[in-house]
Structures are given as C-alpha cells and as structure tokens.
Design a protein around this ligand. Structure first.
Ligand SMILES: NC(=O)c1ccc[n+]([C@@H]2O[C@H](COP(=O)([O-])OP(=O)(O)OC[C@H]3O[C@@H](n4cnc5c(N)ncnc54)[C@H](O)[C@@H]3O)[C@@H](O)[C@H]2O)c1
Ligand SMILES: O=c1ccn([C@@H]2O[C@H](COP(=O)(O)OP(=O)(O)O[C@H]3O[C@H](CO)[C@@H](O)[C@H](O)[C@H]3O)[C@@H](O)[C@H]2O)c(=O)[nH]1
Length: 488
C-alpha cells in the first residue's frame, strides 16, 4: 500500500489530503502538524477550517485511510510520498524584508525529513515557494549526514495547489489542471512524476494533468496568482474612473468580459482583494524579479498591490468624507470580516485595513460575520502586518484592553450590528447580506443612514427608495456623495 504523509494540516494540507484519501481508498494518507490544537480539531466533529463539503469528505475517510497526527517523525519516516504544505510567510526582517518568502518552516521540515528517513522518498512541494526552492531542498536532503539515512534517495517534485477557499472541495474534485514539475530529464525524475501523476489520475482526466520542469511549475503558481490579482486591480482601477464619470463598473466589466479573449471571471470590482496568497505571492514575485536584475518587471507587478491598497484607502476615505468628514464616536456596522464568502478565513482580509482606517478616525465599529469569531477579529486588528502567516502558537499574543479593543464590538447578527449605527459597510459578499431586511435596519439607525457597499451586493435603487445614502463601488454616485470632496 502506498503511504502518503503531508506535513502541515492547514487550509491546503487538510482538504487536499482528504480528497486524495477519498479518491484513493488503497492509499494510506496521514496529515501531520506541529500544532496540537489543529490536529485535535481535525480529529473532532468541528474541523479547524470551514469549507463547504469538507465535513462530509473527512467523515467518509477518517479512520479508513485518512488520519491526522502530531507524530510527525514516525509518519514521515513511514511514507513513500511526503507532501510539504507548511507556512511560507513574507519575511519581516533582514534581507528581503516585506517581500521575500520566509522559508524557515520549509527548511525545518526538509531537515526533519532528512533526519528521519530510512527509505527512498518523493518529496512534494505543495506550499507556494520561490522559483528554485526545489534546488535548495535537494541540497538540504542530499547533504544530510545522519548515518541512519545514509543512501536514502530523494526526488523533489513541485505540485503547487490552485484551490480557492470557499470552493476548495469542488476545486480539488474537479481541478482546471494539476501541475507536476520534476526532473523530467532523468529516469528517476520521470518515475517520480509518474508516481504522483498516478495518484491524481484516479479522478483527474489525463489532459488536465500537466507535467513540466521544476522551475516552470514553481513559477507558474506565482504567475497564476499574479494574473488573477491583476484582473481585480484592473477592474478596481476602472471602478474609480466609473465613479468619476458616471459609468457603472458592473456594466463595463460585463461588456469587457464578453470578449472571449478576456473572459467574464474575476472581474468583480471590490473593496480590494484579500486572502493569504495574492499579496504574499506577488511580493515574492517582485523580490525574485529584483534579485534577477529585472526592476521594470518588479515594478509592473508591484503596481497590482499598490492599486489594491489604493482601493482599500479610497473606500475608507469615502466613508469618512461622506459622513461630514468625521466618524469619531459614531457607530459604524461592518458586515463581513472574512476575505471572501463561504470561508471563516481572515488572512489579509480587506476588512482589517478598512476597520483600522475607521478606528484611526475614532469610529466605534460593530462587526458581524457569520463565520468569524470575535476572538479572531481581535487578534487580526491587534496583529502586525505579515504576523498572521506563522503557526498559530508562534503568533504574537494580543494585549487586551487597548483602545482598539474598546472601540470594537462583535455582533450576533447584522441587525444588532446596525442598531443605532450611522453607517453600514459591507465588506464580504456573504449571500445572506443580499436578503437582509434593510428597511428594519434603516429604522433602527441614526439619520442620515449610510450604506457603503464594498462588494456590490445590495440593490442600490431599492435602498435609496428606503431612504439610505448609498455608495456602491464603481456605481454612479448618490447625489449626496457628488458634493463631497474628492477622495484619493
Ligand atoms: N490557503 C490557500 O488557499 C492556499 C492555496 C494554495 C497554496 N497555498 C500555500 O500553501 C501553503 C500552506 O498554506 P495554508 O493556507 O495551508 O497554511 P496554514 O497556516 O493553514 O497551514 C500550515 C500548517 O503547517 C504547520 N507547520 C508549519 N511548520 C511545520 C513543521 N515544521 N512541521 C509540521 N507542521 C508545520 C502549521 O502549524 C500549520 O498548521 C503556503 O505556502 C501557502 O502559500 C495556500
Ligand atoms: O472578481 C473578483 C474575484 C475575487 N476577488 C477577491 O479576491 C480575493 C481572492 O479570491 P479567490 O481567488 O477567489 O480566493 P483565494 O482562496 O485567495 O484563491 C486564490 O489564491 C489561492 C492561493 O494561492 C489560489 O490557489 C487560487 O487559485 C486563487 O484563486 C478575495 O478577497 C475575493 O473577494 C475580487 O475582489 N473580485
């Protein structure tokens, strides 16, 4: 029986391995992690991450051919194929700070594999890593001097993950493509690629399994995320121009996307993209370009992040400027804190920057999100940039009782958040926000009552009829807002 071990039981390791176990009942899959609470969560009825359909997949396989464990060494030693899906944060100090990937966790996993292995292994890069990481990993593994591991041979493969959160299970069951990079110029490399391809071939059609050299696979992951994020920054840049001209960004995006060469997806204007990947991966790409002496290419991609920051700042400025240039002491309801719908994940969510902007202007913020707990909101608002991307037990402890903690409340539902508020900001496109009783909210709010829709989920005309002053990203401006000072 082939044995697979995955190091890292996170948003990628957990769902990916659960689907492999589901589709390959003859393969034993163990997911290991240094975090005891995370593993306990995977072994409980309340999984540590929220993903539609995931409970069901885990329930079918756990105890059959899928298990979760903190016995990292034993399971790595036993495995034929070792996936590495650990954190790859952005460096916060030293060389490349603020851009380069911090490979501390990757390196320690690689050293551990070298220390405990007594049989040949295929080591699979699942984490998103800089181009040429496989070369560094090969060096670590082949320079291992542990006597016990003498003669063990390794093949490194790059098998980046393209799942999106909120649709992880569906994406894994029916991926656009599976990418496997390896040493395709050597028989051992080709055999390793074939072994991994055989795993995916149980459910992925052959024409969707792509094999490339290692560096193409590593770079394709960064490039794919950069392209996706670039589309959002492009439509967000146009949204600012729409507001200035009276065009409607939804109509523009629809017309643009009808061109088959452009396509309709990933053209929804928003308060900005978030999530654990886009910003981090683009910064990583920027750093690699700089290292290879390509400053023009680096600045081209950096602009995608600049527009994203501009979009978040522009939103906060709209809120404050519309409300007589001050939100001090005013209750502002924030609906949605996750970085997108159908996930409880808040990593790099635009809501953090928007809330920090409002808090900076001394608003009293009341947050409601169907999947994000108050404790997570407090952690996020207290954490420094990039600190979120470390294993939870290594993240800085929050200090409670600060000014920020006093200015923020977490509500049980949208109506509680909006009661006595001056404004409502919609920051995540949860389906339930489309069907809220906005008249009920309006009646319980101070007047003039404002709605700032950062996800274009509300029916602007209907809300204006109720009496709201409405701002919706990239939509023709409310009469009220037209007189407000320009926002940048
Ligand atoms: N989240 C996504 O949607 C997504 C998609 C594609 C790729 N990625 C990439 O996949 C990687 C993992 O992302 P994630 O979102 O799953 O992160 P995560 O933080 O949810 O999970 C990483 C896990 O690795 C564990 N870990 C760290 N070092 C370890 C070690 N030495 N031994 C054992 N366990 C260790 C941590 O405790 C944590 O549970 C990152 O490189 C990320 O960029 C993420
Ligand atoms: O038209 C759009 C589409 C998305 N977003 C926002 O962009 C962010 C990212 O969304 P999405 O890409 O759907 O989710 P992620 O889970 O971050 O997935 C991205 O990042 C993953 C990690 O690398 C990749 O595996 C996926 O392929 C890639 O889509 C979210 O804040 C979305 O709200 C928009 O603002 N407008």
């Amino acid at each position: 029986m082939v044995k697979i071990c995955c190091i890292g039981a996170g948003y990628v390791g957990g769902p990916t391995m659960a689907v492999i176990a589901l589709k390959c009942p003859d393969i034993e899959v163990v997911v290991v992690d240094i975090s005891e609470p995370r593993i306990a969560g995977w072994n409980s009825d309340r999984l540590p991450i929220y993903e539609p359909g995931l409970d069901d997949v885990v329930r079918q396989c756990r105890g059959r051919n899928l298990s979760f464990s903190t016995e990292v060494h034993r399971h790595v030693s036993d495995a034929d194929i070792v996936f590495v899906s650990v954190n790859t944060p952005t460096k916060t100090c030293g060389l490349g700070a603020g851009k380069a990937a911090d490979l501390t966790y990757w390196e320690s996993a690689a050293r551990m594999i070298a220390d405990v292995s007594v049989s040949d292994k295929i080591v699979v890069e699942k984490s998103t890593v800089p181009v040429k990481t496989a070369e560094a990993i090969e060096k670590i593994l082949s320079h291992n001097t542990h006597r016990r591991s003498h003669g063990v041979r390794y093949q490194i493969l790059s098998n980046p993950e393209f799942l999106a959160e909120g649709t992880a299970v569906a994406d894994l069951l029916s991926p656009d493509r599976v990418l496997i990079g390896g040493r395709t110029d050597t028989p051992a490399g080709l055999a390793a690629v074939a072994a991994l391809r055989d795993v995916y071939a149980r459910w992925v059609p052959p024409d969707r399994i792509l094999t490339t050299n290692l560096w193409s696979a590593e770079l394709s992951k960064l490039a794919a995320n950069a392209f996706l994020a670039q589309r959002i920054s492009s439509v967000n840049a146009i949204s600012a121009l729409c507001e200035a001209t009276g065009a409607d960004v939804a109509e523009v995006a629809h017309s643009v996307g009808k061109d088959a060469r452009i396509g309709p997806r990933f053209l929804s204007a928003s308060v900005g993209f978030g999530g654990s990947c886009f910003q981090k991966d683009i910064l990583n790409l920027v750093y690699i370009c700089e290292c290879y002496g390509l400053p023009e290419v680096a600045s081209y991609w950096r602009e995608v992040i600049r527009i994203n920051d501009y979009q978040k700042g522009r939103f906060v400025n709209r809120v404050v400027a519309s409300m007589f240039n001050t939100v001090a002491g005013k209750k502002v309801a924030v609906l949605g804190f996750a970085f997108k719908k159908d996930t409880g994940d808040t990593r790099e969510t635009p809501a953090i920057d928007v809330c920090k902007g409002l808090l900076g202007d001394k608003a009293a913020v009341s947050i409601y999100d169907p999947q994000v707990a108050g404790e997570q909101v407090a952690r996020d608002l207290a954490m420094n940039k990039f600190d979120w991307d470390h294993p939870r037990h290594l993240q800085p402890i929050i200090i409670t009782g600060t000014d920020v903690a006093r200015q923020v409340a977490v509500a049980a539902d949208a109506y509680e958040a909006a009661a006595e508020a001056h404004a409502v900001c919609i920051l995540t496109e949860w389906d339930e926000f489309r069907g809220l009783d906005y008249k009920r909210m309006f009646d319980a709010m101070h007047k003039p009552a404002f709605i700032f829709d950062g996800r274009n989920v509300v029916d602007v005309a209907k809300l204006r009829e109720i009496g709201f002053v409405v701002y919706s990203i990239g939509k023709p401006l409310d009469e009220w807002l037209k007189d407000m000072p320009a926002v940048a």
